[in-house]
Design a protein around this ligand. Structure first.
Ligand code: 6PG
Length: 270
């Protein structure tokens, strides 16, 4: 078997405990293409079926190349942005001029280059005392009033090296939320800047499609722990990403991984 073939097998074997399915690519370029193609396809299907596409995006550094590709590559330019509602998975509670605001990055990379109507762009009102409740009621207003029926169409998540996802950090109050869709979250484990506002498991897990993008060798050890929970069961307090599991049978969860994340140090791109 070729070296590429055996690395592919090794990468799949090393991640076989992850819930859902996996796309594992040798290069980050290939990985981004796969994910961009999947987002485009789901967007078209949802617009055909329901007239709108509800997409929730994460911040952080990993998805930035994807956001750029979506806007720059002609292959993806026909994504129906004019029918898309753009939601934030989580946000840092800082003022609107702060570079660390996830929305500023998303606005710069996506919103400013698309024909998405202003009323379809939903930044989190992080400076309002009841901003979490306002965001949830905005979500409910849009999701319950159309065919989407209380579900996001696609949510893009990342994973921190500590196992957090969205702004659901280890040992924090939002991890035990069973009803509310959005909450402020804080605690010693929450990375700066804090506090945060975050979507919670009830909303995340109800999504039609859950995509988790994890790249880089610094995520490998955590990914191995998460992989091991297939046998031991989710360990939400320690590795919050293990609480992400679709609640609907028809939903899919897809991990988008590169070789360094799946196989560890030494797996550089060719
Ligand atoms: C954020 C996120 C967060 C992110 C992970 C991974 O606002 O930071 O939404 O959950 O996805 O921290 O971040 P990196 O991609 O920067 O490693």
């Amino acid at each position: 078997m070729s070296e590429t073939g055996s690395r592919k097998l090794a990468a799949h074997a090393a991640t076989s405990g992850l819930p859902g399915q996996r796309v594992i690519c040798e290069t980050s370029d290939e990985l981004i293409d796969r994910l961009a193609g999947d987002i485009q396809e789901v967007a078209k299907l949802r617009v055909e079926a329901a007239g709108a596409f509800h997409l929730a995006l994460s911040g952080g550094s990993t998805p930035q190349a994807l956001y750029r590709r979506l806007m720059v590559d002609p292959t993806y330019r026909n994504l129906p942005w004019d029918r898309t509602h753009l939601w934030l998975v989580d946000e840092r509670c800082v003022n609107e001029n702060d570079d660390r605001l996830n929305f500023n990055m998303i606005r710069e990379l996506i919103v400013d280059h698309s024909d998405i109507p202003a009323s379809h762009v939903h930044p989190m009102p992080v400076l309002e005392a009841d901003g979490d409740r306002q965001y949830e009621s905005d979500l409910r207003h849009h999701l319950e009033n159309d065919e989407a029926r209380s579900r996001l169409d696609l949510i893009l998540l990342g994973m921190g090296a500590d196992g957090h996802t969205a702004s659901l950090f280890p040992q924090t109050p939002a991890l035990t939320e069973t009803r509310r869709w959005v909450r402020f979250n804080d605690g010693d484990t929450v990375a700066d800047p804090r506090p945060r506002m975050t979507m919670t498991y009830p909303l995340i897990n109800a999504a039609r499609r859950i995509a988790v993008l994890v790249t880089d060798q610094n995520k490998h050890a955590t990914l191995q722990h998460v992989n091991a929970t297939a046998a031991s069961g989710p360990d939400v307090q320690r590795y919050p990403i293990t609480g992400v599991r679709p609640t609907h049978e028809s939903a899919w969860m897809m991990w988008y991984l590169d070789y360094p994340a799946a196989l560890g140090p030494g797996q550089t791109e060719p």
